[in-house]
Design a protein around this ligand. Structure first.
Ligand SMILES: Nc1ncnc2c1ncn2[C@@H]1O[C@H](COP(=O)(O)OP(=O)(O)OP(=O)(O)O)[C@@H](O)[C@H]1O
Length: 481
């Protein structure tokens, strides 16, 4: 006999639940009462993707029909022993994780199974917490191993399978393409994803893409945690019970619950207070949380994505961010490079934003001057794509005669280059080279500026004698008169 669990019934209605883990847990034991109590325990702790089986002879068929990732196997059964099934599984399904259930007097046999490839063994009389810990460990290991397999397969193929999910993120950069492939490969993972990158690089867009890739049916719920004190953080995320504090006159579900079946995106995670960091760690580690004023834990049913523009490695070195939380978050990590590291994206992005701005501002089609991109190559974009977007929108609004205005761009470039051009001689490819006389003059002026008009110091910088410098300065003065 076998039985599958993946829905909950409330007052006669069948509710569709999020299944966890994503692969099935197969429980094989000839004792129906043990299977019943074990599956109730597992379901209570949120493991609801279960198949129970009392007839070991059915295992082969179940394995062929279902996507099983973990098998919990009783050692002693009448028609076939756990050892026999383990040997068969090792040969036919070497990637499946097996935990052996044994009686107290069968520990030697169970240890032998571990030597022959079982992941672990559990003595049936062990307390529930320990049993659950062993199962959680096996699920976690299995998830990571499945993800690694998917990652390897994905990296071998160059094409994106779900390119549609990335259409909002305009890019042709090879580094971003491999990031997209990586994100595809971890799309089914339930582990958190950490997105890092400077402000304005598009981290929130990437979070949206990860959510779409996961094909989760629940919503994407975004919370900016910067500046939330611990009470507000807990109330926002975990909700509260009625009467939890003055003014809590109703039960309020938190955003963790609103994100059930979907994704919870915590932005600006580098700014989280130390107490809230502990609560987030617990949520990720145990998969459970307590609404304020309640002593009944709830299980998180959402995948967690976090983002930060801070350097978390440095943050943990200076004690502002917990190491254990960082390691938990970085199971899957992507860094979105700043725009200055992918300037080849400029033409695509400018065209994209010109189009969006013309539409929004109801302008006719606008031409992009051919020298704009070259000019922008000299700019650092401290505000990244967000800054470029704002510049383009400004330029479109100032455009006349269907030609994109260059004013917003040249003014930011000039402002940032002001000190730079004084200190450096730039040779723009669009402009004629300066003559040697002009270059001499620039060099002398710069040396004098750096030497605070001390001629002997400036002459040493230029590698000429002080009288020679003085002569040049006089000639320059005559030339400019
Ligand atoms: N590659 C891109 N293609 C199209 N639009 C982009 C791209 N990258 C960023 N943007 C746009 O730039 C703006 C900033 O992006 P987003 O909010 O995702 O950045 P962020 O990295 O999350 O910033 P912050 O750290 O400040 O929260 C948004 O309007 C977004 O739509």
């Amino acid at each position: 006999m076998c039985h599958t669990t993946h829905s909950a019934s409330i007052e006669g209605h069948t509710l569709k639940q999020t299944l966890y883990p994503q692969f099935k847990l197969l429980l094989v034991d000839d004792e129906p009462s043990f299977l019943r109590s074990m599956s109730l325990t597992l379901e209570r702790y949120g493991f609801n993707n279960l198949i129970t089986c009392t007839d070991p002879k059915q295992v082969a068929k179940i394995m062929a029909d279902e996507y099983v990732g973990l098998v919990l196997l009783d050692l002693t059964m009448p028609t076939m022993s756990g050892q026999e099934i383990l040997t068969w599984l090792n040969e036919e399904f070497p990637d499946v994780c097996v935990i052996i259930f044994s009686g107290i007097n069968q520990v030697d046999a169970a240890v032998d199974c571990v030597k022959r490839g079982a992941f672990d063994y559990i003595v049936k009389t062990t307390d529930q917490e320990q049993i659950l810990e062993a199962i959680k460990r096996a699920i976690h290991t299995q998830e990571l191993s499945l993800e690694n397999q998917a990652l390897r397969a994905q990296l071998l193929s160059q094409d994106l399978e779900k390119a549609d999910c990335f259409t909002d993120f305009v890019t042709a950069d090879p580094k971003m393409m491999s990031t997209f492939r990586y994100l595809e490969s971890i799309s089914n993972s339930s582990q958190p994803v950490l997105i890092t990158g400077e402000s304005g690089v598009g981290k929130e867009l990437i979070a949206g893409a990860i959510h779409e890739l996961s094909e989760r049916t629940g919503p994407l719920v975004t919370v900016n945690v910067a500046g939330l004190d611990d009470n507000i953080f807990s109330d926002t995320l975990f909700g509260h019970a009625k009467g939890a504090f003055t003014g809590a006159d109703r039960v309020r579900p938190g955003l963790v619950e609103s994100a059930a079946g979907g994704t919870l995106f915590l932005d600006e995670i580098g700014d989280l207070s130390p107490t809230s960091q502990i609560k987030l760690l617990r949520l990720l580690q145990e998969g459970e949380y307590y609404p304020i004023g309640s002593d009944r834990p709830k299980r998180i049913q959402a995948r967690v994505i976090v983002a930060t523009h801070q350097d978390l490695v440095q943050q943990q070195q200076n004690g502002h961010f917990r190491k254990d939380l960082y390691y938990r978050l970085r199971t899957h990590m992507v860094r979105i490079p700043p725009l200055r590291e992918r300037l080849n994206d400029l033409p695509l992005l400018i065209e994209h934003f010109v189009h969006a701005a013309s539409k929004e501002l109801q302008k006719p089609p606008i031409n992009i001057p051919s020298n704009l991109i070259k000019q922008l190559h000299r700019y650092e974009f401290p505000g990244n794509v967000r800054e470029l977007r704002a510049l383009v929108f400004d330029a479109v609004s100032q455009s006349q005669n269907n030609e994109l205005s260059l004013i917003p761009f040249t003014s930011v470039i000039d402002a940032s280059n002001q000190s730079y051009t004084h200190q450096n001689v730039l040779f723009s490819e669009d402009e004629p080279l300066p003559s040697l006389t002009q270059l001499n003059k620039l060099l002398v002026e710069e040396a004098m500026r750096r030497a605070n008009h001390n001629q002997s110091l400036a002459s040493r910088m230029l590698g000429i004698s002080q009288p020679a410098l003085s002569k040049r300065l006089k000639n320059m003065k005559v030339g400019s008169d």
